[in-house]
Design a protein around this ligand. Structure first.
Ligand SMILES: Cc1cc2nc3c(=O)[nH]c(=O)nc-3n(C[C@H](O)[C@H](O)[C@H](O)COP(=O)(O)OP(=O)(O)OC[C@H]3O[C@@H](n4cnc5c(N)ncnc54)[C@H](O)[C@@H]3O)c2cc1C
Length: 393
């Protein structure tokens, strides 16, 4: 039986997070260090506040310094933290680091865990995940097109290739790179993951991309690898198991994106409700006009349905189920429904909506990307439809 009742300590933690975000984080929302993306100095300031409040890294195991929450706890806390677009940084739960903690926990060697997890969990180290390739060729929605190669030799591997739209590059300490692996005879062993140092010879940050969103410390980059040397101890997990390992990372990572965007959409909805109560038009408040009232009602319905689908997937993950199909459906539903919620909020706010006088404008820009990363909506639908058509279903 699914149990959505929250333990008292989780309710109290949610209250602490809510209070922390409203009093410490919201006041920093207009800090100038956010263009074109959030600067590292602001991120560190936010992490220091989260640490002081004892709220850092709720997703990470206690043995590494986190709060050790299960998926249900994560769902509750991530939503509360994301009431502010800066909240995920203050709690150190931003992508890709949050997903990378999970990946490392599942597949890294004991030495790699001991070296990388403590600074990651303390918010001192940021990581990058490099999968997508050039805008017109190579791995994208279809990872099987992977072109970056790791050629094995007697000392390890030499990585060569280009990656596109790689988030968080400036200021990061470690790059997790997916590459097709060839043995010394040129035989394809499949995709593998490698740790590449950001200052490794042959690695270059070629171009920072100008993007619609602005919420990623370190920005989004096009980077390249020219025979970058990695040693065998820089392999993450098993050689040839890169795609399978990416799947381990993906299901919970998709869901935490849903949680973060839910929190931000809730905030936008609150702003729109407040505005609709106060602003008058044609002899009554905006909210008294059915056209506006129905938009707000649709927001309530979609926020509620998103929360339910997130909690259901979290519950499945807590039962140690992979929940790949369910998180895939939740990702499509939440990215589209929450996008509609924020769009309605902007419409209700009128001209204020498109200014930076409220966070709605920023969330509107940032949330658009959610329908593309971690699998575009169409690709999730494609996979679902393929399963439906399978004779073995
Ligand atoms: C803000 C942001 C941050 C990102 N950060 C990272 C990162 O840190 N690391 C990383 O590796 N990648 C990152 N990405 C890249 C992201 O993973 C890719 O954008 C995504 O996998 C899609 O690949 P693509 O952009 O190459 O689109 P393409 O593969 O070129 O697809 C383009 C469009 O074609 C359509 N399409 C594709 N396949 C199908 C199909 N089977 N059926 C129907 N329609 C289809 C979809 O509408 C899709 O949006 C990021 C992307 C964004 C937007």
């Amino acid at each position: 039986m699914i149990d959505f009742e929250l333990p008292q300590e989780l309710v109290e933690l949610r209250e602490r997070v809510t209070e922390f975000i409203k009093t410490k984080v919201v006041p920093l929302e207009n800090d100038p260090r956010q263009h074109p993306h959030i600067e590292e100095s602001l991120r560190q300031e936010l992490v220091a506040l989260g640490r002081e409040a004892g709220l850092l890294s709720p997703h990470a195991p206690k043995e590494y310094g986190g709060l050790g929450l299960d998926h249900r706890g994560i769902a509750v806390v991530f939503e509360a933290a994301s009431y502010s677009p800066l909240g995920h940084l203050a709690l150190n739960i931003q992508a890709p680091d949050e997903g990378n903690v999970n990946l490392l926990m599942r597949v890294a060697s004991p030495e790699q865990k001991a070296r990388l997890l403590p600074p990651l969990v303390r918010g001192e180290l940021r990581t990058v995940f490099s999968m997508t390739e050039t805008a017109t060729d190579g791995a994208g929605a279809d990872p099987s097109l992977l072109q970056t190669v790791a050629q094995q030799d007697k000392d390890g591997y030499l990585i060569t290739g280009r990656k596109y739209m790689i988030s968080g590059v400036t200021g990061a300490g470690i790059n997790i790179v997916m590459a097709r692996t060839l043995d010394v005879h040129g035989q394809d062993l499949g995709a593998s993951m490698f740790f590449v140092d950001m200052d490794a010879p042959g690695f270059s940050c070629d171009r920072e991309l100008h993007t619609l969103d602005s919420n990623t410390p370190g920005g989004h980059w096009e980077v390249s690898f020219d025979k970058v040397r990695v040693t065998p101890d820089q392999v993450l997990g098993e050689v040839g198991r890169g795609f399978a390992q990416a799947q381990i990372r993906l299901a919970p990572a998709r869901l935490t994106h849903c949680m973060r965007w839910l929190g931000q959409a809730v905030r936008c909805h609150e702003i729109a409700v407040e505005h609709a109560r106060k602003r008058h038009s044609f002899g009554k408040t905006l909210g008294e006009h059915q056209g506006v009232g129905f938009m707000l009602a649709d927001n309530e319905i979609e926020l509620h349905m998103c929360r339910l689908s997130i909690w259901h997937c979290a519950w499945l993950l807590d039962q140690h189920e992979q929940a790949r199909n369910e998180t895939s459906m939740a990702k499509v539903f939440c990215s589209e429904a929450l996008g509609r919620v924020v769009d309605r909020c902007m419409q209700i706010l009128g001209s204020i909506g498109i200014t930076s006088d409220t966070v709605v404008e920023r969330v509107y820009r940032d949330i658009r990307c959610f329908r593309i990363y971690d699998g575009p909506s169409e690709v999730h639908r494609h996979a679902l439809a393929r399963r439906l058509m399978s004779p073995r279903r």
